[in-house]
Write a protein that binds this ligand. Structure first.
Ligand SMILES: Cc1cc2nc3c(=O)[nH]c(=O)nc-3n(C[C@H](O)[C@H](O)[C@H](O)COP(=O)(O)OP(=O)(O)OC[C@H]3O[C@@H](n4cnc5c(N)ncnc54)[C@H](O)[C@@H]3O)c2cc1C
Length: 418
């Protein structure tokens, strides 16, 4: 786009065109505001591209829940597929680690589950509306999500089912035969399953974000591709400094996912964000052995999702610096296990790495920056940002417009950390 047709001002500039930024931009545009979304890449090219594509009704229990304490001894060896950690990083970020572990206390579970339940419920509703409106309805699968155990841990599955039921989230307990009936092409390695029946998934999360971005542009929004260098207070509003110029707006929304703290630091905000990095590798599916839904191997610590370009195997968590070199150890550990569940062919493309942006309480920041008017924060959506992006964005747009957000945003207030 040439400079002459680019807007120099807008009501709202959204920084970042992942699922969160695109959602905030579209929701703000729906409120009649002029909106520009800026990203150095095409929409949906980073974390929102490489995830497992699950739009999860049941992910109300953060990773730092009371069971983490029991699991810690096995993670300390740094050989488990579920969690690897860099000791030097842990020492440098001891404050985050201590706060993250403190949030695993039993008393901290229900308030956070309740908060996430509100955010997720509102988001599922928006995803189901928007995906149809964005002409991408064929990309959503309403086949649920299967969590499966190799050992006879029916107690764990029943406990999870009962907890979900308290929040009105439906699931079905399955035995080996029921799992085979549901997924006839997998080998009978699982003894127990829990099917999250109200969960959906998509075959290409990046394509869904791009479809939402097209819907935003179709509604009169502007998408600008540029590197964002700084955000600076400018009179009543903000100036955004870009690699190829600048723009001004009354409101700026920071939706830069794992990169969000970088541009906030010069404004005096030290955001305690850590990076739960994860990897994926994709494989040619065997058409005679297709999967119907994502499968979470609870003890193998990996996920398998049927994607448009192949079967995507995603890894557990690697706690280290956002930009530290890749280590494919966790993927290498789980791929033989995945091959033992369903037959698939050679790899497709290169392995991918992303960073789940996570605050110590595993709740995103959704709301105004405490010390600057017109600056809005929308990031930290941890393992469930693809699910929760739409309502995160809609809440920010509502707050900008002085309206009531679609869920209780109190627990997500940035002022709890800033
Ligand atoms: C392995 C893995 C599996 C996952 N599986 C799921 C799942 O199944 N379901 C689910 O709900 N969630 C899942 N997640 C989490 C989810 O992917 C993230 O929470 C979500 O994508 C975060 O979205 P975002 O918009 O905040 O960030 P991003 O998608 O990363 O968007 C941030 C954008 O900011 C841009 N940007 C950054 N800095 C600059 C700059 N200086 N200038 C210009 N642009 C900039 C980037 O280019 C990027 O496009 C998974 C994550 C991982 C890593």
């Amino acid at each position: 786009m040439s400079d002459s047709v680019r807007s120099q001002t807008a009501d709202v500039i959204v920084l970042g065109a992942g699922i969160v930024g695109v959602s905030a931009a579209y929701a703000a545009r729906q409120r009649g505001l002029s909106v520009v979304v800026v990203d150095r890449r095409e929409p949906g090219s980073e974390t929102s591209y490489g995830n497992a594509g699950i739009i999860s009704s049941g992910s109300i229990t953060p990773l730092n829940n009371p069971s983490l304490w029991n699991a810690l001894p096995k993670y300390l060896t740094n050989r488990h597929a579920a969690l690897r950690w860099d000791p030097a990083w842990a020492i440098r970020n001891a404050d985050w680690v201590v706060r993250f572990l403190a949030n695993a206390a039993p008393s901290r579970l229900r308030p956070r589950a309740t908060a996430l339940h509100g955010l997720i419920g509102a988001s599922l509703k928006l995803h189901r509306e928007w995906i149809v409106r964005a002409d991408a309805g064929q990309r959503i699968r309403e086949t649920g999500w299967l969590k499966a155990w190799r050992s006879d841990t029916v107690g764990a599955a029943k406990g999870e089912q009962a907890f979900l039921a308290e929040y009105g989230i439906a699931s079905q307990l399955l035995d080996r035969q029921a799992i085979s009936a549901l997924e006839p092409n997998i080998l009978p390695v699982y003894k127990v399953g829990l099917l999250h029946t109200q969960t959906a998934s998509v075959g290409s999360p990046g394509a869904v974000v791009k479809a939402y971005a097209r819907m935003f542009a179709g509604a009169g929004g502007e998408i600008r591709q540029s590197d964002i260098r700084a955000i600076e207070p400018d009179g009543e509003g903000w100036r955004v400094v870009l690699a190829d110029g600048g723009m001004s707006a009354r409101h700026v929304v920071v939706a830069l996912g794992p990169w969000s703290p970088d541009l906030l630091r010069p404004l005096g905000y030290r955001v305690p964000l850590a990076f739960e990095r994860g990897y994926h590798r994709e494989f040619k599916p065997n058409p005679a052995r297709s999967l119907q839904r994502p499968i979470h191997d609870a003890e193998g610590s990996f996920l398998m999702t049927p994607m448009e370009q192949g079967i995507r195997v995603t890894s557990g968590v690697e706690l280290t610096g956002r930009d530290a070199p890749s280590s494919f150890a966790q993927l290498d550990q789980v791929i033989p296990l995945a091959r033992g569940v369903v037959e698939f062919g050679e790899t497709v493309g290169e392995p991918w790495r992303g960073a789940r942006p996570t605050l110590p309480d595993s709740l995103p920041m959704i709301g105004p920056a405490p010390r600057h008017s017109g600056l809005w924060l929308a990031f930290g959506n941890q393992h469930i940002g693809f699910t929760t992006g739409p309502a995160t964005g809609a809440a920010i747009a509502a707050m900008i417009g002085g309206a009531t957000p679609p869920f209780d945003v109190g627990p997500f207030s940035p002022s709890r950390y800033l």
